[in-house]
Design a protein around this ligand. Structure first.
Ligand SMILES: [Zn+2]
Length: 349
């Protein structure tokens, strides 16, 4: 307070200001010395979409520069990412066949377990993070088992179409072990089910994977910004929406409660998703926890920047980097972003 008052007095004295923050903005080198946050490829995690088939690198129209990859094409791409300085990827699977329980996700021969094995065989240093959810694998597109009358888990006390929490936890736990056995370095539960971190942590500990961390999607909001992802992962829900399990964009205190639960259940990293509309949440979690914090710059954030740049309205590189530095400034240690490869190229000149 004393400093503020003295400073105000000094700036008000005479014709010229005594306080001149611009002194530290005079040259590129001085600005670099006082820069508070930086983006490095090693802070970034690139999400990747893996599909069945061979020799496939299918462009995703709403996400320029992003693709559905068959495993044989994905493996050399990941090797290339490693050479660029990107050390972590997150996998999303696109199976050929889907069913009511998303069985491809817990099949050791499912698309993601095979992709993990292939990537780790060829690139043992690459950190492979498994997004752990069921929406890409279920025929209804929801994130676990659904309450329908003919199903084994039907609960007449719950609405038809309700996402069944505890039976779905069993599936998340089962799939997490399969992915860990395939070689996943980290499991990232994203279904927003109650107790998902604890269920996965205990099953990993029971099966000899106590060394595998859990990156919890702690505050995942029911967001319109996921739109392009659903094209990419072919995971749009066939009915309803995800508001009965993902968070209301209006809720800030609830995000803290979700994060506290995940930390108590054993999360190693807590994540906020999406990033840009939720930077206050990133900042809140940074202030409240010493755990590493991740933020996911989602497909809609990426697509918006690309669309504006394609129209000549903004400079893509400058605005992408500004969006990422904003996420770090809010308190994220690491960022999941589709710009990861671009950032590596830009940083490497
Ligand atoms: Zn999901």
């Amino acid at each position: 307070m004393g400093i503020t008052i003295a400073s105000r007095e000094s700036t008000e004295r005479g014709r010229f200001p005594l306080d001149r923050p611009r002194r530290l903005r005079r040259t590129t080198a001085i600005r670099a010395l006082v820069q508070e946050h930086r983006i490095s490829p090693s802070d970034l995690i690139l999400p990747l979409f893996v599909c069945e088939g061979t020799d496939i690198q299918r462009p995703i129209s709403s996400m320029p520069g992003q693709y559905n990859w068959s495993i044989d094409r994905l493996v050399p791409e990941v090797a290339h990412l490693g050479k660029l300085g990107i050390h972590a990827v997150m996998l999303f699977g696109i199976p050929d066949t889907k069913d009511d329980c998303g069985s491809d996700n817990f099949d050791p021969e499912g698309i993601v377990p095979r992709a993990i094995r292939a990537i780790k065989d060829a690139n043992p240093e690459m950190i492979v993070i498994s997004d752990m959810c069921f929406c890409e694998y279920t025929d209804h597109g929801h994130c676990g088992l659904i309450n329908i009358p003919e199903s084994a888990h039907f609960d007449a006390g719950l609405p038809h179409g309700y996402l069944l929490n505890d039976p779905s936890l069993e599936l998340l736990a089962r799939a997490s072990v399969v992915h860990a056995e395939a070689g996943a370095d980290m499991i990232a539960p994203s279904a927003m089910l109650d107790g998902q971190v604890g269920a996965i942590r205990s099953v990993l500990d029971e099966t000899g994977f106590e060394h595998i961390p859990v990156m919890a999607y702690a505050a995942k909001f029911a967001s319109g910004f996921y739109g392009p992802f659903r094209e990419a992962a072919q995971s749009a829900p066939s009915f309803g929406d995800r508001k009965q399990y993902q968070m209301d964009p209006a809720n800030r205190r609830e995000a803290m409660r979700e994060a506290e639960l995940d930390v108590a259940e054993g999360a190693d990293i807590i994540m906020v998703k999406p990033a840009m509309p939720y930077l206050d949440i990133v900042s809140d979690l940074r202030a409240a926890f010493d755990l590493p914090i991740a933020a996911y710059q989602v497909s809609g954030e990426y697509a918006m920047l690309h669309a504006a740049a394609a129209n000549g309205w903004i400079d893509l590189q400058r605005c992408a980097m500004e969006s990422l530095i904003g996420i770090k400034r809010a308190g994220a240690d690491m960022i999941l972003t589709y710009f990861a490869k671009d950032v590596a190229d830009w940083c490497n000149g």
